[in-house]
Design a protein around this ligand. Structure first.
Ligand code: PBG
Length: 326
């Protein structure tokens, strides 16, 4: 039986709110942060309005202002000045974690991205073989586990591996447990696709594949956009290996994947609205073609509607203001 009027329930904002089945607020959003070693002043990032490459000092001010905007969850990306091929120094990012936790303690839930792409001279997410045509899995996983341990020692609440090597979740969980970091969570980028939407991020994190390297993209480790079964397999494996939170990334082009995986796998799911998706809306708004506020809120609604429990978005710090404006 059909309702005899569909419009009756759309009559007023009060009624529309009441009849909704999807709702969220800023407490469900995670704000990415970039902190860059060796820059004198914070720098804007093309396409990502109100997002910066922060200095260690401006990072603390930024988080303070984000707390005032209701944001309590963060995903930190550390960009060290020194790049290497195999022996990496995790101390810059670790010190930023320690400084944030010292100032804000339990007022924030701090995750850190665990990857090597901001650390390697060639920009790949792992260690290359000598002929620079293959990313070595075992060596990369060992380095990632040391990075995660260093961040856990600095006090991070959650490590978020985004590299897409095989079995990094197991290696990280084992390393954390051996060192008694039983309380440190792992948020796995378990369904991370080989996407063309990561452009603005790679400028921000200094992480695009570059130089002499023979493999020009991340196709040999990230998931093929046309292979949702691989996303299911990778996510099931990461659950078994000890991940606490799983992720789909990017968001909008993968709504079907979000919807299927959140039904299949009983863990909390994050969706990463990536830099290119976010910038697309911002650039359209700049040209007067869309209302940025409405387009962002609509995208986030889609992620929650599809089944996500949390959304990582560059707009978290604007969310409260946008939601209060009706
Ligand atoms: C690092 C990493 C990337 C993103 C998050 N972690 C880039 C990539 O894999 O190339 C993308 C985030 C974004 O575009 O907002 N491996």
């Amino acid at each position: 039986m059909y309702p005899e009027s569909n419009r009756r329930i759309r009559k007023s904002p009060i009624l529309r709110n009441l009849t909704r089945s999807v709702s969220f607020d800023v407490s469900k959003l995670i704000q990415p942060l970039f902190v860059v070693e060796g820059i004198k002043q914070k720098e804007p990032i093309p396409g990502l309005t109100h997002v910066y490459r922060d200095t260690p000092e401006s990072l603390l001010k930024q988080v303070d202002s984000d707390l005032n905007a209701g944001v309590k969850s963060f995903l930190l990306f550390g960009v060290p000045a020194q790049k290497a091929d195999s022996k990496f120094d995790y101390s810059f990012t670790s010190s930023q974690i320690a400084a944030l936790k010292k100032q804000f303690g339990k007022d924030i839930f701090l995750s850190v991205d665990v990857c090597l792409c901001s650390y390697t001279s060639h920009g790949h997410c792992g260690i290359l073989n000598d002929s620079m045509d293959h990313v070595l899995n075992g060596e990369s996983v060992t380095a990632l586990a040391s990075a995660a341990l260093s961040y856990a020692k600095a006090g991070v609440d959650c490590v978020a591996p985004s590299d897409m090597m095989d079995h990094r979740i197991r290696a990280i969980r084992e390393t954390l447990d051996e060192n008694r970091f039983f309380e440190t969570l792992i948020m796995s980028y378990s369904a991370k696709f080989h996407s063309g939407f990561y452009g603005p991020f790679r400028v921000a994190a200094d992480s695009a594949p570059k130089g002499e390297v023979k493999i020009k993209d991340r196709g040999t480790y990230q998931i093929d956009p046309a292979n949702p079964m691989d996303a299911l397999g990778s996510s099931l494996r990461d659950m078994e290996e000890g991940a606490d939170i799983l992720m789909v990334k990017p968001g909008l082009p993968y709504l079907d994947v979000i919807s299927n995986l959140t039904r299949e796998i009983p863990l909390p799911w994050a969706v990463y609205e990536v830099s290119g998706e976010f910038a697309a809306i911002e650039l359209m708004a700049e040209k007067g073609l869309v209302d940025a506020r409405r387009a962002h809120l609509e995208s986030w609604t889609a992620f929650f509607r599809a089944g996500a429990q949390m959304v990582i978005t560059y707009g978290a710090r604007s969310a409260k203001e946008w939601m209060e404006r009706t």
